[in-house]
Write a protein that binds this ligand. Structure first.
Ligand code: ADP
Length: 471
């Protein structure tokens, strides 16, 4: 009884059985009343006809004409008893029976119907007093056997019970199989879930038939969607571990190689020390970036929310990047005043990452533009370059962690984390970042941020714990 199928089947059976019980009782009762009414009507009618034919003979005695058997309804019996309790006359079929059909009926003062037991058989008896003027002279008793009525009622009862049993059986079968069919997808979900657990294979899906739209299939679709999401998460996690391992290996190899080299030559080598320091810096940058990303993705990036002059931030970035660009790249700028709300250090980090990338990936002699302006209620930052561009197949992925478009060329230049960090910082500022690129012609990164609202920069309630965390 613990399965849903058993419980639903039991419920259907109980409901159908209950319905037939009520229905059967009603049919049985109504049929009984109708048959009895019919018997009573026939008795009254016969008594009425006989009363209307009563005469008196020449001595003043009453004569009750008894209809012959053929004129009487099937099995009907008639008796007339006088005041002294003598049987005056009886119908043909009562010749052997000399007792009153209803002893109590002999004393009635008006027509009375009774059910009597005569020699073990049920009869319906109508007793009616016969008056001559004011004087009661006799009693007429008309009776009909009730066996046919009882038999008819029994047949009805048996039929109702038979139909009810059949209906209950049918309900049990129909509900058992229909519930089984309805729950079939759930059985499949359970089987697939078991397989996934045992085989550790998240790529499995439960096939959903075309056009299936009921609740269970909707659940199956939701389950499939959850599996897809889990699969993507696990893949991302695996990729992430592989990527981090990969990124750690090169600097550690370099550090170890340099240390071994110094041990072998038995003295300090300044070049080797520089290299060790450089790789250690790289490692700590990687760790910083990873921690920052982890917090940003978890929605726990500590962000200040203050008035930020984007033009000032961009000018700062420009000055720092001029040092990096030197004679290699022509760094140009068109910076107009725009005020936004946010964390100035994080927004500066976005600009540094974008301009840094542009300078990093643009070959010598190229140009990089930094533009800042206001368009409607949006602050727009554009970083354009004349570099090699990003292939279309890589474009949708460049904001993912550790993604590098040109694997061979990019390796060593960065970890593939800069754009992810920029993406999350912009996202946490309610902004938008996108990249457009023509391979061979250059790349444009566009960041849009909402400008400061008229009422100023109000700290968002949910931002406050972050700000505290940051402090
Ligand atoms: P990285 O640290 O490798 O630069 P990013 O997340 O900043 O990582 O960038 C991801 C990848 O996007 C880079 O490896 C590079 O292939 C590509 N990319 C980013 N900016 C540019 C650009 N201005 N021109 C061409 N490719 C770029």
């Amino acid at each position: 009884m613990r399965t849903l199928r058993a419980r639903l089947t039991l419920l259907y059976v109980a409901v159908t059985g209950g319905m037939f019980l009520v229905f059967g009782a009603a049919v049985y009762g109504v049929v009984g009343v109708l048959l009895m009414n019919h018997v009573d009507r026939t008795l009254r009618h016969t008594a009425h006809v006989m009363m209307s034919q009563i005469r008196r003979d020449e001595f003043g005695d009453i004569i009750v004409p008894i209809p012959d058997d053929l004129a009487l309804a099937a099995g009907m019996a008639v008796q007339v008893w006088d005041r002294q309790g003598r049987l005056v006359v009886a119908s043909h079929n009562l010749r052997e029976y000399t007792h009153p059909l209803s002893p109590q009926g002999l004393s009635v003062t008006q027509p009375t119907l009774r059910t009597e037991d005569l020699q073990g058989h049920p009869w319906r008896v109508l007793s009616e007093p016969i008056y001559v003027g004011e004087r009661r002279v006799a009693t007429l008793q008309v009776a009909m056997p009730l066996e046919a009525v009882y038999r008819a009622k029994q047949v009805v009862l048996l039929s109702v019970i038979a139909v009810a049993l059949l209906a209950v059986l049918l309900a049990a079968l129909v509900s058992y199989f229909s519930v089984q069919a309805a729950l079939e997808p759930l059985t499949r979900v359970t089987a697939v879930a078991d397989q996934i657990t045992h085989a550790d294979d998240l790529s499995r899906r439960i096939p959903v038939p075309q056009g299936a739209g009921d609740e269970v299939w909707t659940l199956v679709q939701a389950f499939n969607a959850t599996l897809s999401r889990l699969e993507a998460l696990f893949q991302a996690q695996r990729r992430f571990i592989a990527d981090v391992g990969h990124e750690l290996r090169t600097p550690l190899t370099v550090i170890k190689g340099n240390a071994q080299w110094m041990r072998r030559i038995g003295k300090l080598d300044w070049e080797a020390l520089d290299s060790i320091e450089e790789e250690a810096d790289r490692l700590s940058r990687l760790v910083d970036d990873l921690l920052l990303l982890e917090r940003a993705e978890a929605g726990k990036l500590p962000l200040r929310r203050e008035i930020v002059d984007l033009a000032a931030v961009a000018t700062d970035v420009l000055r720092e990047m001029q040092v990096v660009a030197r004679e290699k790249i022509d760094l140009k700028a068109d910076i107009q005043p725009v005020i936004v709300c946010g964390d100035p250090d994080r927004l500066k980090q976005v600009l540094l990452n974008l301009v840094g990338n542009a300078i990093k990936y643009t070959p010598k002699g190229g140009t990089v533009w930094l533009e800042v302006r206001q368009e409607g209620q949006q602050a727009v930052i554009k970083v354009r370059d004349t570099g090699p561009g990003i292939p279309p197949e890589d474009l949708p992925h460049i904001f993912e962690r550790f993604y590098r478009a040109d694997k061979a060329r990019s390796r060593g230049k960065g970890f593939g984390l800069g754009l992810s960090i920029a993406y999350w910082i912009v996202k946490h500022h309610d902004g938008h970042i996108e990249a457009a690129s023509q391979p061979g012609e250059g790349t444009t990164f566009t960041v849009t941020l909402p400008v400061m609202p008229e009422e100023g920069c109000m700290p968002e309630p949910e931002d406050e714990p972050h700000a505290l965390e940051a402090g």
